[in-house]
Structures are given as C-alpha cells and as structure tokens.
Design a protein around this ligand. Structure first.
Ligand code: NAD
Ligand code: IPM
Ligand code: MN
Length: 358
C-alpha cells in the first residue's frame, strides 16, 4: 500500500497538545483507508529551540523538510521568551515563502453541534472559503525608521504586490469558485483608502473575472465585508483577499461559525515543487496552554486537508464526517470553547474512534 511521509512540527503552547490528537486521527484514517503514514517529528520552530540555538529553524531547513510529502504544523509563538515578529518571521512565514505556499486555503463552515454567536444561524447557513494570498502583500520587512529618537521619528512599511503573485492567487480562487455549486466569488479590497496597492488588486481581479464568465464576481471593501460576515455570512462562497485582509477574515469567519478552535488551513504550493503545510488557523494560545482543554478540531480538520492534498479524498471526507458526527452527537466530550466539559484528549479520541468505525 502507499506510504505518505509527513514531517510534524508541533511548535509552542497548545500546538503541542493538539498535534498528537491530529496524528491520532490521521493514523486512524490510514488504518481504515489502507495507506501508510510515516511521520517524523521535528523539535524546531519553537521558543525552546530558539533559546538553545538563537534561531527558529536550522540553516538547512529546506533540505530537511523539502523531501516530505506534506508538513503537519501546530502553532508557533511564545512572546514571553521570543518576540512574535522574530519567532514567526523565523519559522512559519519563512516556510510559507521558502516553499512558495502562495495559497492559504481556509474553509469556514457552521457545523451541526456548534452554536454560532450570530442570531438565527444554524448548521449549513455558513459555508465559504477564504483564499488568502500567502507570500507577499502587507507581510513585508521592507521599510524602516528614520530620525529615530527625535520628534520627527518616522516609520515606513512597504506593501509588495507582484503581477505574478496577485494573478496566481486570483486564478486559484476563481478556479475554486468555478468548481463550487454557487460559483460566486468576492474579493476584498480597500481601494478607496489605500490608493496604490488596492486599485491594482481591483484591476487584476476585474481582469481575471472576465476570464470566468460562469462565476459571478463582486468586490467588497474590507470594512463593510467584515460587517457583512457578521450580518449575512450566508451570502459568501469564495472570498479572496490579500495577505493581511485574508488573515483577519480567516479569524472573523470561524468566530461567526462558532469558534476559531475548529478552523483548519492549508498553505498550498499548487505547483507541487515543494511540500504544502497544514495547520490550524489559531495560534499557540498561551492563555490556555498546559491545561489540556484546547480544541483539537482545527488540527484534525487540517489533517483532513492534508490527506485530500495527497490524493486520499475518501479518507479526508471520512475525517470531516467523523468531526461532524462527534460535534453533533457527543456533547460530553466537547471542549470548553464549544460549551462542553471535555478535554483535548476526550474530543480527539472520540473523533479518532469515529474515524476508525468508518
Ligand atoms: P491564538 O489563536 O493563539 O489565541 C486567541 C484566543 O483564542 C485565545 O483566547 C485562545 O485561548 C483561544 N484559542 C485559540 N485556539 C484555541 C483552541 N484550539 N481551542 C480553544 N481556544 C483556542 O492567538 P493570539 O493569542 O493572538 O496568539 C498567541 C500566540 O500565537 C502569539 O505568539 C501569536 O503570534 C501566535 N500565533 C501563531 C499562529 C500560527 O502558528 N499559525 C497563528 C496565530 C497566532
Ligand atoms: C495565521 C497567523 C500568522 C499570520 C501569524 C502568526 C504570523 O495569524 O496563520 O493566520 O498572520 O499569517
Ligand atoms: Mn491569523
């Protein structure tokens, strides 16, 4: 049978608590669907590694990770020990760029058994995907401070958009929309205020829309888009956004659908030159780390996206079905963010058992 080789990077905080549950469920899926999963765990990309080595990744990380079929990542960040901009630019953001994972795919669905904080929204009413540009845009280190320490102190931070970078993520999003039943796409913009980068984004999106006559496409400015996520989330299907807006929307969306604890993501290199990286949307959650109460569903669902990417569609669907069944039918194992009395392990085990039951 086929063997998939996966590099596992738990990272910091609750990353270390939810990754084992993700692996438990992945192995259960492998058992049922008749493939093997060989996992190798790496201890870099965390605060402890930084304390010992003064960096987040080994210098040869591209060689170390480049040969794996996929990367399964928890979360990085422990601001008490290492400033966030150092730890994230030195690990996750470095990997996304180095492996050219230019699409960050973040599905948002209101599942049975999960209560939305929004009035009058039930299962199935929210079902969209955020497609986030993942390698350029506002996430840049170009800029600097001048006249530092004086009353003229000035800070510049550049946004970088390239034609290739913008067009390729738009194309991915339009292709995705074309393959979904509603065939609708919304792009996030702010061309009324951000007068250089955003009009360019609009121009490229409008040009791409011309090539997809079967997709209805429109744009929303990010401010009203955020409001409409709360007021009418059901109208969205595919939402494509630049790096920063995509980041914000992909926490807001899952919050509208109940909890960010269940939100998965796939950092995809569509060319498949490099491995793609699968991780929950949430971070290391220092406020609840060490208590065993983090919701493992975001990690487990990310595992399903990993299998889907590796061609194991039936196993991926089985994992998502098991997640839905447990959320809807086993209130006693649910974690506190879902209103339950359970733990990371009780929820992870219940889902793994459901996967194993097929
Ligand atoms: P966070 O996502 O870690 O936590 C935000 C809030 O959501 C916290 O109250 C937390 O307890 C809760 N939460 C998050 N995940 C949860 C889960 N699975 N179950 C239950 N509750 C959950 O965001 P933050 O507080 O802004 O960041 C904390 C650290 O994580 C920082 O160092 C940040 O830079 C880092 N971070 C890393 C990633 C990543 O590695 N992909 C993503 C976001 C933040
Ligand atoms: C995410 C995170 C990261 C991002 C941070 C930790 C750099 O918030 O994956 O959404 O902004 O991309
Ligand atoms: Mn984020």
């Amino acid at each position: 049978s086929q063997c998939h080789r996966v590099a596992v990077i738990p990272g910091d905080g609750i990353g270390r608590e939810v990754v084992p549950e993700g692996l438990r469920c992945l192995q259960a899926a492998a058992g049922v669907h008749g493939f093997m999963l060989e996992t190798v765990e790496f201890g870099f990309a965390c605060a402890e590694y930084w304390q010992r080595h003064g960096e987040l990744l080994p210098p040869d990380w591209k060689d170390v990770l480049g040969g794996y079929d996929a990367l399964f990542f928890g979360a990085v960040g422990w601001p008490e020990v290492v400033p966030d901009h150092i730890s994230l630019w030195g690990s996750l953001l470095e990997i996304r760029r180095g492996f050219d994972q230019y699409v960050n795919l973040r599905p948002v669905r209101l599942l049975r058994g999960v209560r939305s904080p929004l009035r009058d929204h039930g299962p199935g009413d929210i079902d969209f995907v955020v497609v986030r540009e993942n390698t350029e845009g506002e996430y840049s280190r170009i800029g600097g401070r001048i006249f530092e320490g004086t009353d003229r102190e000035t800070v510049l931070q550049e946004t970088v958009l390239t034609r290739i970078g913008v067009d390729r993520v738009l194309r991915y999003a339009f292709d995705l929309a074309a393959a979904r039943p509603r065939r609708h796409l919304t792009w996030a913009t702010k061309s009324n205020g951000i007068a250089v980068s955003m009009p360019y984004w609009d121009e490229r999106a409008a040009a791409m829309a011309q090539r997809y006559p079967d997709v209805t496409a429109d744009k929303d400015h990010i401010d009203i888009l955020a409001a409409k996520f709360v007021l009418r989330p059901g109208q969205y299907d595919v939402v494509v956004a630049g790096n920063l807006f995509g980041d914000i929307l992909s926490d807001l969306g899952p919050a509208c659908a109940g909890t960010i604890g269940i939100a998965p993501s796939a950092n995809i290199n569509p060319d498949r030159t490099w491995p793609s990286l699968f991780e929950p949307v949430h971070g290391s959650a220092p406020d609840i780390a060490g208590r065993g109460i983090a919701n493992p569903v975001g990690q487990i669902w990310s595992g399903a996206m990993l299998l889907d990417h590796l061609g194991e569609q039936a196993a991926a669907a089985g994992m998502v079905a098991a997640i839905e069944k447990v959320l809807a039918g086993r209130p006693e194992v649910l974690t506190p963010d879902l209103g339950g009395p359970g733990t990371t392990e009780s929820l992870g085990k219940a889902i793994a058992e459901e996967i194993a039951a097929g």
